[in-house]
Design a protein around this ligand. Structure first.
Ligand code: ZN
Length: 561
């Protein structure tokens, strides 16, 4: 037990750093300046889309889906914590500077806990963020609920562990599963009515079908048909609205949180994507590996949509902004229809301008800073996704047929992410050489890739993308494709970078083709680390925003706000 004096000193330090203590349940609540500094890590940006080509009726449909999305915000708040809605009302009544700072932080985080700071509370008197969220009965323990789930079988168990039920206390004191359609009946009826108005306004059949089926799901609690309709969406408006991700349920990961992403299709990027997709077999045929490892006929790709985000809500607009998502999560839909990836181009562009450009000013030598470009950044993101679909997948190890997934086990994910990054860069060079991509990419793609590595590694090397990026950065340094100046800035050696990228692509693909688990582990252990020269750059990024806070200007115009 520390003395009161030393405890005060500790709390003062914590308030400055805005980091919660590792073990204690208490920590300092930030003052106004501390809270404003914490929220400033999210730089405000205007996010909008060009809707000038949408006819009047489609704009009306868009406006109605946005109205329905606002309902998702309220539902998500309630799902995170039962105390959220009353607390927000209370905070709104405090118009002091501190009160306003708290409301701002609350809206950003969708609750009184900072998502960038291990959920440290920033409002006095609130409990620690509940791991059970508001999906399980207040006062019940995880063991009690787990024991009850164990006792169930058949349909009862399916309902209780399903995405779309909450667990509550029944009249007799036992547990019961309550469908979302009952738990959130009032709000879901309101959202369904708005989606039906949107469906009535649009003349695009697949959009009409999704909106009508999703509205029906809000009432029936059966989301299957509407998930199937979402996979078939082929329209200028791309809505995703309903209960989806399960990250808020830290007990079991069963329960889906409400969210919404309303996008407008980006026609130019969609055409670009089609052009690249048409080149994938050509790329596979020239992968820098033994010919017998190349796939003579690559499989069909999961669909990808490129949209500009007009509005997001709920889980989809809390903390760090989503730049792309893969849905649905329902395995029945995935086994029949696969899944779809939606990429939010304007969100990516805002992150590029707000985060990546300032990072490049710290990390890159001046000549290289001048050549980074959003076009190269976004094209590489597209190529990353596409080349997940080429390279070894089904392989033969010691005469036995297996998969890369099975052979590489827990090191598969970081290795596959590194492969998609580096092979995507390799593929861009091939397409420049073939004349499919403009030759100006040769000047922009390597420097943009280098700056982008620091952005990924800054988020940490504990997850697959960060680990994969650290591996590539260090390997390309060792091969001389990237170099470090005496002043600590990094630069691209044009004479060596192409060969370095090809060599690393070959090395990772070979590990996959041979199902070489030990090789995969060895290269990650050796290279997925933060070296001192990288750490020195990371240390100088403190003033660069971590992410963006979008203001949805097109949605505001549409709603007349
Ligand atoms: Zn990936």
């Amino acid at each position: 037990m520390p003395s009161p004096r030393s405890l005060l000193a500790v709390l003062a330090t914590l308030a400055l750093a805005f980091v919660p203590p590792a073990a204690a349940g208490e920590h300092a609540i930030p003052d106004e300046a501390g809270l404003r500094a914490a929220t400033a890590r999210f730089a405000p940006v205007d996010l909008g889309a060009d809707i000038s080509t949408l006819p009047e009726n489609e704009r009306r449909a868009l406006a109605k889906t946005i109205e329905a999305s606002r309902v998702m915000d309220a539902l998500f708040l309630r799902q995170v914590w039962a105390g959220n809605e009353p607390l927000l009302l209370e905070l709104l009544g405090d118009d002091s500077g501190l009160g306003q700072a708290r409301v701002h932080a609350f809206v950003l985080n969708k609750g009184p806990w900072s998502r960038l700071d291990h959920d440290a509370a920033f409002v006095p008197g609130v409990p620690p963020k509940p791991e059970a969220a508001n999906f399980y009965p207040a006062g019940a323990t995880k063991d009690e609920v787990a024991g009850w789930l164990e006792s169930l079988s058949g349909d009862e168990r399916e309902a209780a562990v399903g995405f779309f039920t909450t667990i509550r206390r029944g009249p007799g004191g036992g547990f019961v599963a309550v469908p979302y359609s009952v738990e959130y009946q009032g709000e879901l009826a309101q959202a369904a009515a708005l989606l039906r108005e949107a469906a009535a306004a649009t003349t695009q059949p697949t959009l009409k079908a999704y909106l009508e089926k999703r509205a029906a799901a809000f009432g029936s609690n059966d989301y299957f048909d509407s998930d199937m309709a979402w996979m078939e969406l082929d329209a200028s408006i791309e809505p995703t609205i309903g209960p989806y991700e399960t990250y808020e349920d830290l007990w079991f990961g069963y329960k889906a949180a409400f969210e919404s992403f309303i996008g407008v299709r980006d026609e130019a990027e969609t055409q670009k994507l089609e052009r690249f997709t048409g080149e994938l077999q050509w790329l596979e045929d020239r992968l820098p590996i033994k010919a017998e490892w190349r796939n003579p006929k690559i499989g069909a790709l999961a669909p990808i949509r490129v949209v500009d985000l007009v509005f997001s809500a709920g889980d989809g607009n809390s903390g760090v902004q989503t730049a792309a998502y893969n849905l649905p999560n329902d395995e029945r839909v995935v086994s029949q229809k696969g899944s779809k990836r939606v990429m939010l181009k304007n969100t990516q562009e805002a992150k590029f301008n707000t985060v990546l450009v300032p990072i490049s000013r710290v990390a890159l030598a001046p000549a290289d800073q001048a050549t980074i470009s959003f076009d190269a950044f976004f094209t590489h993101i597209l190529m990353h996704e596409l080349v997940h679909g080429i390279g070894p997948q089904t392989i033969t190890v010691e005469g036995r047929e297996t998969t890369v997934r099975e052979a590489l086990k827990e090191v598969r994910a970081p290795l596959e992410e590194a492969k998609a990054d580096i092979c995507g860069l390799w593929a861009m060079q091939q397409l420049v050489d073939k004349g499919v991509l403009d030759e100006s990419f040769e000047r922009t793609m390597y420097t943009t890739f280098l700056a982008s590595s620091f952005r990924s590694i800054r988020f940490g090397i504990n997850e697959a993308h960060g680990r994969g990026q650290a591996l590539q950065l260090n390997d390309l340094l060792d091969r001389g494709g990237f170099r470090v100046n005496p002043d600590g800035t990094f630069w691209v050696d044009e004479a060596k970078i192409k060969d370095a990228v090809t060599a690393l692509t070959a090395e990772l693909l070979t590990i996959q083709a041979e199902g070489d688990y030990d090789g995969a582990k060895a290269i990650l252990d050796r290279l997925a680390v933060i070296r001192p020269e990288t750490q020195r750059v990371l240390d100088r990024l403190e003033d660069v925003p971590v992410d963006i806070e979008p203001r949805f200007v097109t949605a505001e115009e549409l709603s007349g706000r």
